[in-house]
Design a binder for this molecule. Sequence first.
Ligand code: GTP
Length: 742
Amino acid sequence: MSVELLSSPDRPQNRLLSALILGAIAFALTLFCLELIVFSGRISPLWFATSLMTVVVFRTPSRHAPLLLLACAAGTALANGLILGPNPANLLFTLINLLQGIVGGVLLRALLKRHAPLNSLLDWLRFMLSVGLLTPLLGGLLALWVLNISGSGRFSFLSTWVISEVIGMLALGPVLLLMPWPLRTSALSLRRLAEFLFTLLLTLGATWLALRFMPWPFTCIVVILFWCAVRLPKRDAFLLFLLNACAVSLMLALGLVTVETRNNAPGQIANWVPFLLVLIPSHVMALVMDAFRREKHHISESETRFRHAMEYSAIGMALVSPEGVWLQVNNSLCQTLGFPAAELRKLTFQQITHPDDLENDLQHADKLLRGDVDAYTIEKRYFRKSGDIVWARLTVSLVRDAARHPLYFIAQIIDISALKQSEQTNRRLMERITLANDALFQEKERMAITLDSIGEAVISTDSEMRVTFMNPVAEKMSGRREQEAAGQPLSALLQISHGRHGTPVENLLLRRLPVEKTTPDLDDELVLHAADGTVVEIHYSITPLRTLEGEEIGAVMVIQDVSESRKMMKRLSYSALHDTLTRLPNRASFERQLQRLLSDAVERQHQHVLAFIDLDKFKAVNDTAGHAAGDALLRELAELMQHALRGSDFLARLGGDEFALLMPECPLAQGREVVQRIVAAVNGYAFSWQGAVFQVGASAGLTQISADNNIGAEVLSQADIACYNAKKAGRGRLAVYAPPAR
Ligand SMILES: Nc1nc2c(ncn2[C@@H]2O[C@H](COP(=O)(O)OP(=O)(O)OP(=O)(O)O)[C@@H](O)[C@H]2O)c(=O)[nH]1
């Protein structure tokens, strides 16, 4: 439950209530002081009214102060009137008190902080000098002047006034300055109240005993109040000092105790000075203790904060001795290292550091101890309790004492194992990528070298059949540099025709991406016309390029220079159909030609003539002049016979000294004439060899090929028979096959 005496001083009803309460307090305090005078028959050593007004001015907002001061003055005047009687001079005292209170309050406002008015000895000194000395003196002088007191009573009046005001201010002032306002009962603790009351009772009892029985009673009271200052909080201690001062005054006034006094004026002052000597050291002690308690609290709070920071920190923290012993470790570090705190504190960091990282750590720690660096951060490995390795980022700083001697290291340890692992993974990945790139690069290099060194032209294109790459052979064949050709359509780069002077190839393949590998027919005999006019016999293939997903990305065209192979083919083909000695068509060639004529005879009803020609006495040349001579003779006679032929006639050497002649679309009579010319020419030919002259002859047999006589074996046989007949008839002549009579 909480009771607020004044919750909002700004509300008019609360201000009025405050005024009433203050008026009542002023009345009670003044009444108390005056009663002391009445009881003791002497001037009271306490005067509280002024200190109440002073603190009201200090603590109250200026706009509220007049009402509250008026209430205080009214309370004071009422008490004065009640005890001293209705004398205008008493009102004058109240006014002087009021004036003194206003000046004191304004001075305090200038010197002290409102929310913490007595926080240090300096504050207390300011308080003492301003309202504990200056304003009482001013008030006393004013009272002297106003009341026009003169003579020997001046000093006594002034000193009594000042002493009463000073003791009143010392006793009540700090209590009023420190009292929470508005008062809240919730702030009161029963335990604290009980402790206060217990201390108060002990103090009052001890004070009575001291005053009653001790030789230097006020010295004993100081000791008692010191004990209170040590025991109680500042505010409670000041309240106790006030109550103790009131109690002492009361005991003296009531004559419960007697203190030895002298009856002259300075003696009276001297009797009151012990009050001052009691209160001043007690105040100082209370303030020192308060400062000590606050410092202790501050240290305790700092320690708590540090402990919490350690305890709840998400990163590992530790205090480590200069020798390396873990002095204090937090939960996070225990989790990181896998050790319970108690076990870890028995170890040194050296014992759980990976040997490869220890030297580095120790070197940094040495630098820190020497003062070369203020802190260091390294990455290192620790052994967990399980023996596993944990990677950590360690930041270390050093705490030193006032003499700069090292006290302990502060270590922050962050587990970076996951980071390290991903770093390693990334590094391995990068190594693999680098290796793959190297392999790819080498592969590309190899490919480039291969493409540069192979004999074929290689041209690659994009999916639109535009040139993207050409090897040196392709550059040479096309007569264009790769840089010029890049991006051009393949069909514009390559001019290909059928044969050197044939028609240009309208090859759609050069314009459109083929579906699959495509090559033109070998018989096309394609040639490539280079930009510089060079012509190359070529054969090519175009292969489409696709990604693994089947996307068409271009094509590769490979062009072979087939000039040499075509020549070779032609040579082979010639050799297959010609007699190497005489260069006349050979038997195979003859048979092919014969077959054509036989078909022609059937299909077109043409007539052709076939003749067999066999040399006479040729063997004799061989035998006489040698085989080389025979060869030479055969060459010469072949040439001789060819001169006697018609343009369309076909003379072949069948082997040895046998020849065959095919005369297309030739009547038998005309064939006979041609063969007769040949026979005559051979018969008349004189062959010279190494000074000797040889004479051979020729025998020939003819037959007609026609639609009626068109069987190969038969016509051959007929010519053979006719030739045989010519030989038989004496050689050097011809015979025409005559079919046997039926
Ligand atoms: N030098 C040479 N001799 C060949 C060649 N081929 C065949 N002969 C020879 O030609 C001769 C042909 O034989 P024959 O026709 O019986 O000889 P021939 O003297 O003409 O006899 P007849 O026809 O009866 O007059 C053989 O001696 C073969 O060795 C050749 O390529 N070069």
